[in-house]
Structure formats: structure tokens, C-alpha cells
Design a protein around this ligand. Structure first.
Ligand SMILES: *[C@@H]1O[C@H](CO)[C@@H](O)[C@H](O)[C@H]1NC(C)=O
Ligand SMILES: *[C@@H]1O[C@H](CO)[C@@H](O)[C@H](O)[C@H]1NC(C)=O
Length: 434
């Protein structure tokens, strides 16, 4: 019987893509395994539901591409659940509860897979924690894959919240799991990794092994289309452009967008800005004439380029003309910036991003921080100051040099004999032995 690895990602872009990349990585290095990836669907909610979109950022195109280029990965769509007894407006709560409603389907699928192959590992996102008991009841070794850093996520801060309860469950299950996989590399997060593997997080039993197998970077969009913004970058001087992009959930008010525009213009720096419409119409194309200050596009046309909604982030970061990155500090964005050696200004918006910023700015010093005012607004003057500092100051140069050094370490980590490469080999060995 074939040795099967089953992956169970949370369907948001940031989570799903890293999990699929993990599947590709396993296959590249250990092609004897077969990989099955389970895909959760958007639930069929009734029209009065206040629940937010569950599947954040479309991944359909990405999945289709991987499916056609990597035949040894098979995707299995779980049916959408029809009755969602939820009135939650919390994205985190929804992310934890939808997999729970899918447990019966999951049980069936895992049993079916077990009839034709030997499941050596079931690797789940922490949001899919509800699956832990299903898999352990079937005696399938279960691992957690952290698509964020080895840090603590946001919900830990409020002990009365439902999210906190879910997180406690995750922690209890993780301690009993067969191992933890993290999309990071040893030298990026030396301290937290040491703390976890040293047993500090699991006082009453042995800590499961931790495998830092990153950075996993997806640049599959790169050769699919010819992007206008990449052509524009071709005409800019080396390392002269600051890139602003805030992830699949990062949205700003109209007021904040104006402040950004003024700050960029006053900074005098070249910029490439991915702009999304303010909520609630954030899926619509933004109307730039309405959102930007009068005459902004005309005045900045020599120096700036505004992209509506989306840009191929890795291809942009890798471009020689890009010299800085204003980011929401989402973990994938951080890894991509490190991978491409681009220094950052950290502007965290949600989830564990605030914590990422603290680590990035104060601990590993790969980013400059932005100061928000009390109402959460970042003023034009503050953005102007930080962007100038990043692109054109001694402090900026120091950050750039550190990122560049860490970039080399990241490349080394995933090469033959590097820490992440070795970690994956150990994991595969473990699976073969079981
Ligand atoms: C993947 O490819 C197979 C074979 O070409 C096809 O039958 C299947 O529907 C595809 N699945 C997805 C999710 O695109
Ligand atoms: C951030 O703002 C506060 C209050 O305005 C100020 O005291 C502090 O120095 C600022 N920090 C930085 C890094 O500029």
C-alpha cells in the first residue's frame, strides 16, 4: 500500500497556500509519498447571516494550477455545509467552527483513504483543530502545521473570549500531537523555537518534536501573466521603489487611504501601492479619482504606480527596483520579504501581526515600526517619515543589511544539509518507520 500524507488547511489564502506548498516540498524531496489535500468550502448560509466570508481571498486559480502541474497531489473538496447554526461575526470563531461541522465528512474521507493506502501523517492547520480527535480515533498520526511564526497568536490576549477557549483546545491537542511543523527557519526565530523545544510550553509531558521546515514561498503566479506593474518596475532604478501591500484581509478607511497618499507624495520616494476599496465594498474595484487626493495620480505619475486590488507580491519583492516594503506583517509577507532581502516598515492590522511587528522591529530588527495615533490612524507625516527613513537613512541601511544577511541564511536553510532541509528529512524518516 502506498504511504499517504493528508493535509487539511484552513481555506484562507495565507493558510491554504503555505499548506499546499508544504505538500509540494514533501513530494519534491520524498516522492514516494502520495499527497491528498482536503479543501473546505464556503458554507451555504442563509441571506440574513451576519457571518463574514469564511474563505478569505480566492484560491481557485492557484489550486487549478497546482492540480494540473503536480499530478501526484490530489485535491479533495469537502461538501459545503448547509445549516450553519451560527450568528457569529467573528472570523476567528468561524474558522474554528466550520471544520467541526465537517467532522463527519472528514471521518468518512479518512476511512476511505485508509482502505487503499497507509496514512502516515495527517497534517492540520490549527484552525482545523476539531479534526484532531477524528484522526486520533482512527489511529492516524496527527501533526500541526503553523502557517505563522512560532509566536503566540492574537486570541490569547483576551481570556474571556470564545477564541481563547478554542486556542486552549488547540494548545492541549498540540501537546498530544505527533509533532509541530512551522513555516520558519531556525535562525529567524531562535528564541521562541528554543523555548518550545526546551519544554517551556508543555510543562507536564514531553513536548512533541518541532520541525522548522521554512521558509515556504509560493511564486506560482509569476509566469502566468504579464503584469503591468512589473513592466513599470522595469523602468525604475535599482532598489528605489517602496512597495505597499497589506494582504488578503488588509483594508483601510477612505480617510486612511488619503493619509497614505499624502505621506507618499511628500516623502518624494518612488512607490508601488496596492490599493483596495474601503469596506464594505472591498471586493469592488476602487475608484481612484474618488479615493485619492485631487491631482495625486497626475503629480506622482513619474514616481508612483497604483495597482488596484492585487499584485503578484513575490515577483514584485524579488524585482531589483524594489528597495522597501510597507507591510501588514502577515507571516507569509514577512517570509517573502526576508526571502527576497527587502527591508520593511511594519504596519500590523489583525491576527498575530502586532506581535510579529514587535519581533521584527525590536528583536530581529528587520523592520521599522509605524506609530499610530490613538484612533488607530497613521498620519501622512508619520508614513512620510518612516518611508524616508527606510529608503534613505543610516537606520534604513542597517535594516537593509540585516535583512540581506538573513536572506542568505534562509537560502542556506532550505538547501541540502541546511536546518530546514534536515528537519524535513527527519520527519520523512519518522513517517517511513511508522
Ligand atoms: C484535478 O485534475 C483532475 C484530473 O485532471 C480532475 O479530474 C479534477 O477535477 C481536478 N481537481 C481540481 C480541484 O481542480
Ligand atoms: C510614537 O509616538 C509617541 C507619542 O506621540 C512618541 O512619544 C514616540 O516617540 C513615537 N515613537 C517613535 C518611534 O517615533
Amino acid at each position: 500500500m502506498e504511504d499517504a500524507i493528508v493535509l487539511y488547511p484552513s481555506p484562507g489564502r495565507g493558510h491554504l497556500i503555505s499548506m499546499v506548498e508544504l505538500g509540494k516540498l514533501i513530494l519534491r524531496n520524498h516522492p514516494s509519498f502520495s499527497i491528498t489535500i482536503l479543501i473546505l468550502s464556503e458554507p451555504n448560509t442563509n441571506t440574513n447571516s451576519t457571518a463574514p466570508n469564511y474563505v478569505a481571498g480566492s484560491t481557485t486559480k492557484y489550486i487549478t494550477t497546482v492540480n494540473s502541474t503536480t499530478p501526484s497531489i490530489s485535491f479533495h473538496h469537502l461538501p459545503p455545509i448547509s445549516e450553519v447554526p451560527l450568528s457569529t461575526s467573528s472570523f476567528v470563531e468561524l474558522s474554528y467552527s466550520i471544520p467541526r461541522f465537517n467532522n463527519q465528512n472528514l471521518h468518512q474521507i479518512l476511512k476511505t483513504i485508509s482502505q487503499t493506502s497507509k496514512p502516515k501523517a495527517f497534517i492540520i492547520d490549527f484552525f482545523c483543530d476539531a479534526a484532531f480527535e477524528v484522526a486520533t480515533n482512527l489511529d492516524i498520526p496527527t501533526y500541526y502545521f503553523f502557517t505563522s511564526g512560532a509566536n503566540l497568536p492574537e486570541p490569547w490576549k483576551d481570556r474571556t473570549s470564545k477564541e481563547y477557549q478554542y486556542s486552549l483546545n488547540v494548545a492541549a491537542h498540540m501537546a498530544k500531537s505527533n509533532g509541530l511543523l512551522v513555516n520558519t527557519f531556525d535562525l529567524l526565530e531562535t528564541k521562541p523555537i528554543k523555548a518550545i523545544s526546551g519544554g517551556l510550553c508543555v510543562p507536564d509531558r514531553p513536548t512533541p518534536p518541532i520541525f522548522c521546515i521554512g521558509p515556504l514561498i509560493s511564486d506560482s503566479n509569476q509566469d502566468v501573466e504579464d503584469y503591468e506593474c512589473l513592466n513599470w518596475l522595469n523602468s525604475q532604478p535599482s532598489r528605489s521603489v517602496v512597495f505597499l501591500c497589506f494582504g488578503s484581509l488588509g483594508l483601510f478607511s477612505a480617510k486612511q487611504l488619503k493619509e497614505i497618499a499624502v505621506g507618499l507624495e511628500n516623502s518624494g520616494q518612488r512607490f508601488l501601492w496596492v490599493l483596495r476599496n474601503p469596506p464594505p465594498d472591498n471586493e469592488k474595484d476602487p475608484n481612484l479619482d474618488e479615493l485619492l487626493p485631487k491631482g495625486f495620480l497626475e503629480r506622482t505619475k513619474e514616481k508612483g504606480f497604483v495597482v488596484k486590488k492585487w499584485a503578484p507580491q513575490v515577483a514584485v519583492l524579488r524585482h531589483d527596483s524594489v528597495g522597501g516594503f510597507v507591510t501588514h506583517c502577515g507571516w507569509n509577507s514577512v517570509l517573502e520579504a526576508v526571502w527576497c532581502g527587502v527591508p520593511m516598515v511594519g504596519w500590523p492590522l489583525y491576527a498575530e501581526q502586532r506581535l510579529n511587528r514587535v519581533v521584527l522591529v525590536e528583536e530581529v530588527k528587520l523592520a521599522l515600526g509605524l506609530n499610530e495615533s490613538e484612533d488607530g490612524l497613521v498620519s501622512a507625516a508619520e508614513l512620510e517619515k518612516r518611508v524616508k527613513e527606510l529608503m534613505d537613512s543610516e537606520v534604513g541601511t542597517e535594516v537593509r543589511e540585516r535583512v540581506s544577511g538573513l536572506r542568505d541564511e534562509a537560502v542556506t536553510a532550505v538547501k541540502e544539509g541546511g536546518s530546514s532541509h534536515v528537519a524535513l528529512a527527519k520527519l520523512a524518516e519518522l513517517w517511513r518507520q511508522n
